[in-house]
Ligand binder design. Sequence first.
Ligand SMILES: N[C@@H](CCC(=O)N[C@@H](CS)C(=O)NCC(=O)O)C(=O)O
Length: 217
Amino acid sequence: MSDFSTLETTLTIKLHGIAASRAARPLWMLEELGVPYERVAQTYLNSATRTPAFLALNPNGHIPVLEDDGIVVWESMATTLYLARRFGGPLAPATLAEEAEVLRWTFWSVTECEKDALAILFHRVAMPPDKRNPALADQAERTLARPFAVLDAHLANRPWIAGDRFTVVDINVASVLAWAQSASELMKANPHLADWLQRCLARPAQQKVREMARAGL
Ligand SMILES: N[C@@H](CCC(=O)N[C@@H](CS)C(=O)NCC(=O)O)C(=O)O
């Protein structure tokens, strides 16, 4: 973790969103960076993001939203990439080749994996048992077999997605794939991915975010 606490400019970061939401992504990034930030524990339940005041911030009516001295960033993956660019350091891509890894795997996670990972989370874990549809979770697992094998092969000869150190892309991709953790067959079939995911989720910054989520913050 870097010490940014003496930098006046870093006090401008404000993040809207409870930890038990996609706001966990920029929260994880902020905790890894160790920069000071203000947080509004904005929920998304009961149409709370559909008020005129919130829609003025994000007309999509979603959390998270990051504000930085007049710059407004919504879309969770955009917030983490923004923070990487804003603060630099080891979490940010250092070369064009690393940037290519960060971009391609981030977009891959949201376009190829997020919807199905969420179906597994909802229909295996999060929804009340009588509301779950196991067939939807099974189908999502079948769909994820191919993209998961692609990442597993990538991780067979490197510890982290962009190479030899943990970066913003590990935060982005692990945030999505963690939703499919309960898919034990999928994890067994992809041991490099499963090992990498556990190493990501064991990081102190991620554990802190999970505690915030458990506390309803
Ligand atoms: N693609 C968006 C999705 C954001 C999103 O759907 N956020 C949920 C919480 S995780 C939300 O705000 N839902 C409230 C609503 O849609 O009314 C992102 O990654 O930021």
